[in-house]
Design a binder for this molecule. Structure first.
Ligand SMILES: *[C@@H]1O[C@H](CO)[C@@H](O)[C@H](O)[C@H]1NC(C)=O
Ligand SMILES: *[C@@H]1O[C@H](CO)[C@@H](O)[C@H](O)[C@H]1NC(C)=O
Ligand SMILES: *[C@@H]1O[C@H](CO)[C@@H](O)[C@H](O)[C@H]1NC(C)=O
Ligand SMILES: *[C@@H]1O[C@H](CO)[C@@H](O)[C@H](O)[C@H]1NC(C)=O
Ligand SMILES: *[C@@H]1O[C@H](CO)[C@@H](O)[C@H](O)[C@H]1NC(C)=O
Ligand SMILES: *[C@@H]1O[C@H](CO)[C@@H](O)[C@H](O)[C@H]1NC(C)=O
Length: 312
């Protein structure tokens, strides 16, 4: 009985002393609100200054992987953050700790929980551009850009989820999945569509932050607007017109020649058969042959006299 009372007193004394002692030794307050900010595999440890921060307080921040001891990355720093990114592996698991220091005094460490990089990092949005042609909108997507490794090195089976809606009708939004970087949406003509894309990974079933909403209008039906089709049609029409004209001229030429040389048809018949386009050929054909000018030439030979005309 007495022993237990004495023992209790002793324990209480010991507790008080040790508490008092640590109170004296660790007078520095640790940083508060210690948090991990990890986007696209970048990793920055952030914290708030301890409550009674004094002028020359600095911080020391360290990390360790599952095996191995802590390694300091930031020391004697006054900034309330430390960027660990270059030291980390995207498939690693890490623990971080930070403490305040001042003139040889140190605060207790503040440790984080284990951080699983590829599971817990936040995936930023993909970048998206839209190209509208007629009633189609082509959605061009790029993976989020990682600070360490390439996105696809870690999440090789990722798809894009495209959400699109007519502007002002977001509640009627539709979704489509694609594993390609380019997707053509067939849409209603003359409407303004808004589009947002996010990445879904098979690994850990993560989804990225959605991309910024961008809106693009569709035009009238495609064939009216497609400039290449239009140019092709114009070309075909010009070719047809020129070809037709050449054909008519040739036929007229053949017909007039035939009528003029081979057969002697009544004049009104030929005029009925040949339409106006041929009339110029007919006129050419019927025009009298040009006058041939000739002069009499007298050739005189010595002695005898002959007279005959020479046509030139
Ligand atoms: C920590 O500091 C940030 C700015 O550095 C501030 O916005 C935030 O409110 C602070 N949090 C606490 C709990 O003091
Ligand atoms: C901060 O300082 C004030 C007085 O200067 C003291 O009352 C308070 O307990 C201190 N806070 C901490 C967390 O040490
Ligand atoms: C901070 O450090 C400077 C020199 O490094 C020193 O002169 C000053 O007294 C220190 N301030 C405090 C509050 O310890
Ligand atoms: C950090 O600061 C302390 C005291 O100011 C100094 O003794 C120590 O050498 C510094 N450490 C480094 C790595 O600069
Ligand atoms: C797209 O993929 C996600 C995840 O695989 C699935 O939950 C969703 O139903 C798919 N949506 C469509 C429209 O296929
Ligand atoms: C999204 O929009 C915000 C503000 O409008 C801009 O700061 C940010 O860079 C945009 N993000 C992308 C991926 O374009």
């Amino acid at each position: 009985m007495q022993y237990t009372v004495l023992y209790n007193v002793f324990v209480q004394l010991l507790y008080l002393t040790s508490h008092g002692l640590t109170g004296v030794l660790a007078e520095l307050q640790p940083p508060t609100n210690v948090r991990i900010n990890s986007v696209n595999m970048g990793l920055v440890l952030e914290w708030n200054a301890s409550e009674n921060q004094t002028e020359n307080m600095t911080y020391r921040a360290e990390y360790r992987s599952l095996i191995g001891s802590f390694k300091a990355v930031c020391f004697n720093t006054t900034a309330p953050s430390c960027d660990f990114t270059p030291h980390l592996n995207p498939l690693g698991v890490y623990v971080f700790q930070v403490r305040a220091e001042q003139d040889g005094d140190t605060s207790p460490w503040v440790k984080t929980k284990e951080f699983v990089m590829d599971e817990q990092t936040i995936l930023g949005p993909p970048s998206v551009t839209l190209v509208s042609t007629g009633t189609e909108i082509e959605v061009n997507i790029q993976d989020p850009v990682f600070r360490i490794r390439r996105f696809r090195d870690v999440y090789n089976h990722a798809i894009f989820r495209i959400t699109y809606w007519i502007e002002g009708q977001e509640e009627k939004a539709r979704h489509v999945n694609t594993s390609y970087y380019k997707k053509v949406l067939e849409l209603e003509p003359l409407s303004k569509y808004c589009i947002s894309v996010m990445v879904l990974t098979q690994r850990f079933f993560k989804h990225s932050q959605p991309s910024n909403v961008t809106c693009e209008g569709t035009a009238e039906a495609n064939y009216l607007v497609n400039p290449w089709l239009l140019a092709f049609l114009v070309f075909v029409m010009i070719a047809l017109v020129i070809g037709g004209m050449v054909l008519v001229v040739w036929l007229c030429y053949r017909l007039v020649r035939f009528l003029g040389t081979k057969a002697h048809l009544p004049e009104h018949f030929t005029e009925h058969m040949l339409d106006k386009r041929c009339s110029s050929f007919l006129a050419m054909h019927k025009s009298p042959p040009p006058d041939e000018v000739y002069h009499e030439v007298i050739i005189c030979s010595a002695g005898r006299e002959t007279l005959f005309p020479l046509k030139k």
